[in-house]
Design a protein around this ligand. Sequence first.
Ligand code: CUA
Length: 351
Amino acid sequence: MSDEPPVASRESRAQVRQMLLIGAVASVLGVALALLIDWFPVPASEQAGPIDTLWDVLLIASVPIFVLVETIVLYCAIKFRMRPGEELKDGPPIHGNTKLEIIWTAIPAILLVGLCTYAYVVLTDIEKAEANSMNVRVVGEQFTWTFYYPGEGGEEIASPQLYLPAETPVNFTVQSKDVIHDFWVPAFRMKIDAVPGIDTHVRVTTTDRMGEFPVVCAELCGLGHSTMRQSAHVMTREDFDARLAELARGPAGGGGGDETDGKTLFTDAAEPQTCDSCHTLADAGATGTTGPNLDDSLADLSEEEIRQSIVEPDAEVTAGFAPGLMPRYGETLSEEQVDALVQYLMEVKGG
Ligand code: CUA
């Protein structure tokens, strides 16, 4: 066997040129197409810009490689496939083309080192601590988030929704009461696991873009994982201060406020996990299907059983439903609110 590289015929050189030309044109089209796609939701943090640019650079670097490889595979399968009568023919034995080997080692190595360096610089930039950042404690549990703001006299203000002032650096301390969750606001691009027993941190600087953005749990955490969605409200500093003062006045868990009308509590209390978000109850216009249909199941329950289902739902779980899905409302609703709910459900049951 000779170590000499095989001498390519003029015809095969022309074919390689044609193949590379097709690959180059397809790469340009591929990159253009990839950059035209709107990959991410509207950005609402300072971190979103560098992250979205990094994504575009990764597309520009990786799409041509994918397209070139696919072009060579398809071109060879079409042009150089075995034809009838060629079963016993084989190409020349190829061994050791030093020039090619250097090229195909060097290009990926340079790309990899370059992209890793760039990604490292971006990561350092978006994670850097800002002076005067606001602290928010985020606590995940099956299946809701609660947000805590530092209040007066060391007392924390709890909120069922995330409220943030615009153009402010925020330092989130993320915790979990039970299993691993993942705190993610896609519009902010940043994301961090909530791990029981560990405090994790993530920094976000809001921009002047105000509005409501989804808060999502990005770690499969149980049956209610997909329902673990809340909202991040970015607002002016004045609106934010007013909202915080309002939250400081209301009871923990919020939403229902001092409301003691059972029917209103059924649809409003303990936002975002209100009764009607999971249960069907015709009288309250509720159509949820995550939990038992109360139009059917209430009839069999005594007043005590109804109370227990609200305060300690896992003590007895309706057949066909999983334990752990319903929050223990004894922790978030006041005694008066629970009384009003029980009274309301007894009225609905009776009538
Ligand atoms: Cu919490 Cu998924």
